[in-house]
Ligand binder design. Structure first.
Ligand SMILES: [Zn+2]
Length: 282
């Protein structure tokens, strides 16, 4: 392809780079392959943008620039099919045609295990679905099968791997869906992040199981500004930002062992918090 002059040549300054990296979540388990870096944002747009000198720049585009030192021309494409992903190894410079080809390739990908990117097979999906029939939570199933929750959850909820036959009885009783209207969701999410009420208690108020309440709050957290950041400070973790703040305070008065018992987490987790290895931003 002939090299054209790039559009959007900007002198990217340090403050932009800093603002960009502050919102990159590199915790494992994101995206289909578990190695996406998602850009944290309150916006519900799938492609995220950052403002700079009265312009809005797509963050995946910026990530490509920061990695390669040039703007992708004409466009930046994802190999991972995750619009929020800014992992530079998942980005490539492409044309519209590439994007179309890429989409076709991904269709194949979503259809099953033939694609190199798939980390699980139909057999695993069957295992996951059978495990779900025994009423195990997504987290428990993921743990038992040594997979990430973000891989297991969409399978359980019937969002991925739809071509694998679901066992009789699983689809209706376990398929989670939006039940609350916007006002109820906003009320529930606000209550969760301001009082850290348990999902069980919150669910009672809205007539939902704790699992379904959790699903709804997390899925629609973006309705309340800042709620996603609050809830997803470390994905797949038992602890949320509120817990970590409490733990940090309790470290002054309680032993690590006591704290680990109170929050039902590993001693190592508390040690990591104490050393600042995890939840640095809290
Ligand atoms: Zn990715």
């Amino acid at each position: 392809m002939k090299e054209k002059v790039s559009r959007n040549i900007l002198d990217v300054d340090d403050s932009l780079i800093k603002r960009f990296w502050e919102k990159v979540d590199k915790s494992p388990g994101q995206g289909a392959n578990g190695d996406c870096w998602e850009w944290i944002s309150q916006s519900k747009d799938s492609y995220q943008r950052i403002s700079y000198k009265n312009q809005l720049i797509y963050v995946h585009r910026l990530s490509f620039f920061l990695h390669h030192g040039k703007w992708a021309n004409p466009m930046t494409c994802h190999t991972c099919d995750n619009p929020r992903c800014v992992n530079p190894t998942h980005l490539f410079e492409g044309t519209n045609l590439d994007n179309v080809k890429d989409m076709v390739a991904k269709k194949r990908h979503t259809l099953g295990s033939k694609n190199n990117w798939a980390t699980i097979t139909e057999k695993d999906v069957e295992k996951i679905l059978s495990a779900r029939m025994t009423e195990l939570s997504a987290t428990e199933i993921a743990k038992n099968l040594n997979l990430s929750s973000s891989l297991v959850e969409p399978i359980i909820y019937g969002e991925n791997w739809k071509h694998v036959k679901r066992p009789d009885g699983i689809s209706n009783i376990n398929l989670k869906s939006r039940i609350l209207n916007d006002n109820q969701l906003i009320q529930a999410i606000t209550e969760k992040i301001t009082t850290n009420v348990s999902y069980k208690e919150l669910g009672k108020k809205f007539g939902l199981s704790s699992g379904n309440m959790r699903y709804n709050v997390r899925k629609f957290a973006d309705l309340v500004p800042g709620a996603s950041d609050w809830l997803n400070i470390e994905r797949g973790s038992k602890l949320n930002k509120f817990d970590v703040m409490v733990i940090k305070t309790m470290l002054n008065t309680h032993s690590i062992k006591q704290i680990s018992a109170i929050f039902d987490v590993a001693v190592g987790t508390v040690q990591d918090i104490k050393k600042g290895w995890r939840w640095k931003t809290v």
